[in-house]
Design a protein around this ligand. Structure first.
Ligand SMILES: N=c1c2ncn([C@@H]3O[C@H](COP(=O)(O)OP(=O)(O)OP(=O)(O)O)[C@@H](O)[C@H]3O)c2ncn1[C@@H]1O[C@H](COP(=O)(O)O)[C@@H](O)[C@H]1O
Length: 106
Protein backbone atom coordinates (compact mmCIF):
# COMPACT_ATOMS: atom_id res chain seq x y z
CA UNK A 1 0.00 0.00 0.00
CA UNK A 2 2.81 2.35 0.90
CA UNK A 3 4.30 1.92 -2.60
CA UNK A 4 1.08 2.72 -4.49
CA UNK A 5 0.46 5.82 -2.43
CA UNK A 6 4.10 6.91 -2.61
CA UNK A 7 4.08 6.53 -6.41
CA UNK A 8 0.89 8.60 -6.62
CA UNK A 9 2.39 11.19 -4.26
CA UNK A 10 5.43 11.47 -6.55
CA UNK A 11 3.24 11.75 -9.68
CA UNK A 12 1.19 14.50 -8.04
CA UNK A 13 4.30 16.46 -7.07
CA UNK A 14 5.66 16.14 -10.62
CA UNK A 15 2.37 16.98 -12.37
CA UNK A 16 1.46 20.03 -10.27
CA UNK A 17 3.43 22.28 -12.62
CA UNK A 18 2.33 20.55 -15.86
CA UNK A 19 0.03 22.10 -18.46
CA UNK A 20 -3.41 22.47 -16.80
CA UNK A 21 -5.11 21.72 -20.10
CA UNK A 22 -3.37 18.31 -20.23
CA UNK A 23 -3.27 17.39 -16.54
CA UNK A 24 -6.05 17.11 -13.95
CA UNK A 25 -3.45 17.46 -11.17
CA UNK A 26 -2.15 20.73 -12.65
CA UNK A 27 -5.70 21.99 -13.32
CA UNK A 28 -6.79 21.39 -9.74
CA UNK A 29 -3.52 22.75 -8.29
CA UNK A 30 -3.97 25.95 -10.31
CA UNK A 31 -7.35 26.49 -8.62
CA UNK A 32 -5.74 26.73 -5.19
CA UNK A 33 -5.91 25.12 -1.77
CA UNK A 34 -9.52 26.03 -1.01
CA UNK A 35 -10.69 24.20 -4.15
CA UNK A 36 -8.56 21.16 -3.23
CA UNK A 37 -10.05 21.16 0.27
CA UNK A 38 -13.54 21.44 -1.21
CA UNK A 39 -12.90 18.47 -3.53
CA UNK A 40 -11.60 16.41 -0.61
CA UNK A 41 -14.77 17.18 1.34
CA UNK A 42 -16.97 16.27 -1.63
CA UNK A 43 -15.20 12.94 -2.11
CA UNK A 44 -15.57 12.19 1.61
CA UNK A 45 -19.33 12.82 1.39
CA UNK A 46 -19.60 10.67 -1.76
CA UNK A 47 -17.76 7.85 0.03
CA UNK A 48 -20.16 8.09 2.97
CA UNK A 49 -23.19 8.09 0.65
CA UNK A 50 -21.91 4.96 -1.16
CA UNK A 51 -21.27 3.23 2.18
CA UNK A 52 -24.73 4.05 3.51
CA UNK A 53 -26.26 2.69 0.28
CA UNK A 54 -24.31 -0.54 0.77
CA UNK A 55 -22.59 0.10 -2.57
CA UNK A 56 -19.25 -1.74 -2.23
CA UNK A 57 -18.03 -0.88 -5.76
CA UNK A 58 -19.02 2.73 -5.14
CA UNK A 59 -17.05 2.76 -1.91
CA UNK A 60 -13.98 1.45 -3.73
CA UNK A 61 -14.18 4.14 -6.42
CA UNK A 62 -15.00 6.97 -4.04
CA UNK A 63 -12.27 5.87 -1.60
CA UNK A 64 -9.73 6.02 -4.45
CA UNK A 65 -10.94 9.56 -5.28
CA UNK A 66 -10.76 10.43 -1.58
CA UNK A 67 -7.16 9.22 -1.20
CA UNK A 68 -6.15 10.98 -4.42
CA UNK A 69 -7.62 14.29 -3.25
CA UNK A 70 -6.08 13.88 0.21
CA UNK A 71 -2.67 13.45 -1.45
CA UNK A 72 -3.38 16.57 -3.55
CA UNK A 73 -4.10 18.63 -0.45
CA UNK A 74 -1.15 17.43 1.64
CA UNK A 75 1.18 17.97 -1.35
CA UNK A 76 -0.09 21.55 -1.51
CA UNK A 77 0.69 21.88 2.22
CA UNK A 78 4.15 20.37 1.52
CA UNK A 79 3.31 17.63 4.03
CA UNK A 80 4.95 14.36 2.95
CA UNK A 81 2.82 11.22 2.97
CA UNK A 82 5.47 9.68 5.23
CA UNK A 83 4.60 12.23 7.94
CA UNK A 84 1.02 10.90 7.94
CA UNK A 85 2.09 7.24 7.81
CA UNK A 86 4.61 7.84 10.61
CA UNK A 87 1.82 9.32 12.73
CA UNK A 88 -0.31 6.20 12.13
CA UNK A 89 2.66 3.98 13.03
CA UNK A 90 3.21 6.02 16.18
CA UNK A 91 -0.45 5.59 17.19
CA UNK A 92 -0.30 1.87 16.53
CA UNK A 93 2.79 1.74 18.74
CA UNK A 94 0.99 3.64 21.50
CA UNK A 95 -2.15 1.48 21.35
CA UNK A 96 0.02 -1.64 21.07
CA UNK A 97 1.74 -0.70 24.32
CA UNK A 98 -1.63 0.05 26.00
CA UNK A 99 -3.05 -3.27 24.78
CA UNK A 100 -0.08 -5.19 26.13
CA UNK A 101 -0.35 -3.40 29.48
CA UNK A 102 -4.08 -4.27 29.72
CA UNK A 103 -3.49 -7.95 28.92
CA UNK A 104 -3.55 -10.24 31.98
CA UNK A 105 -0.07 -11.49 32.83
CA UNK A 106 0.49 -15.20 32.33
N1 LIG B 1 -5.58 9.08 -9.30
C1 LIG B 1 -5.97 10.03 -9.99
C2 LIG B 1 -7.32 10.52 -9.90
N2 LIG B 1 -8.35 10.12 -9.14
C3 LIG B 1 -9.36 10.94 -9.47
N3 LIG B 1 -8.98 11.81 -10.41
C4 LIG B 1 -9.78 12.84 -11.04
O1 LIG B 1 -10.54 13.47 -10.07
C5 LIG B 1 -11.72 13.99 -10.65
C6 LIG B 1 -12.84 13.77 -9.68
O2 LIG B 1 -14.02 13.67 -10.33
P1 LIG B 1 -15.14 14.78 -10.24
O3 LIG B 1 -16.23 14.30 -11.12
O4 LIG B 1 -15.43 15.05 -8.80
O5 LIG B 1 -14.41 16.07 -10.80
P2 LIG B 1 -14.56 16.75 -12.22
O6 LIG B 1 -15.97 17.21 -12.40
O7 LIG B 1 -13.99 15.86 -13.32
O8 LIG B 1 -13.59 17.97 -12.08
P3 LIG B 1 -13.66 19.23 -11.05
O9 LIG B 1 -14.92 19.19 -10.25
O10 LIG B 1 -12.44 19.06 -10.19
O11 LIG B 1 -13.50 20.40 -11.96
C7 LIG B 1 -11.90 13.25 -12.00
O12 LIG B 1 -11.74 14.18 -13.07
C8 LIG B 1 -10.77 12.23 -12.00
O13 LIG B 1 -10.18 12.07 -13.26
C9 LIG B 1 -7.71 11.59 -10.69
N4 LIG B 1 -6.85 12.23 -11.54
C10 LIG B 1 -5.58 11.76 -11.64
N5 LIG B 1 -5.13 10.69 -10.87
C11 LIG B 1 -3.72 10.24 -10.96
O14 LIG B 1 -2.90 11.35 -11.26
C12 LIG B 1 -2.07 11.02 -12.37
C13 LIG B 1 -1.75 12.27 -13.14
O15 LIG B 1 -2.94 12.74 -13.73
P4 LIG B 1 -2.86 13.99 -14.74
O16 LIG B 1 -2.43 15.15 -13.93
O17 LIG B 1 -4.25 14.15 -15.29
O18 LIG B 1 -1.85 13.63 -15.78
C14 LIG B 1 -2.86 9.98 -13.17
O19 LIG B 1 -2.03 9.17 -13.94
C15 LIG B 1 -3.50 9.18 -12.05
O20 LIG B 1 -2.56 8.25 -11.57
Amino acid sequence: MRDTLHLLEQTIRERRSADPTASYVAKLASKGRAKMAQKLGEEAVETVIAAMAGDRDGVVGESADLLFHLLMLIADMDVPLDAVLDELDRREGVSGIAEKAARPKD
